[in-house]
Ligand binder design. Structure first.
Ligand SMILES: [Zn+2]
Length: 61
């Protein structure tokens, strides 16, 4: 897998939307690629933050 493909899949992976066999190859890539791993960590933090914001909004709407 190349980095471009990996980065396309990272978001779906975090959301749990990535097919298991794709998730496996993405995980393998993340383990050996620092750049994508950092990107993954960043995305994960961002999505966790967004989820918290939306959860708060739902409570007040
Ligand atoms: Zn990579």
């Amino acid at each position: 897998m190349n980095c471009r493909r990996a980065q396309e899949w990272i978001e779906a992976y975090i959301m749990g939307d990535l097919a298991p066999e794709l998730a496996d190859s993405l995980e393998a890539h993340l383990k050996q690629c620092d750049a994508c791993w950092r990107r993954y960590e960043e995305q994960k933090r961002l999505i966790a933050l967004l989820r918290r914001v939306f959860a708060v909004q739902r409570r007040f709407l």
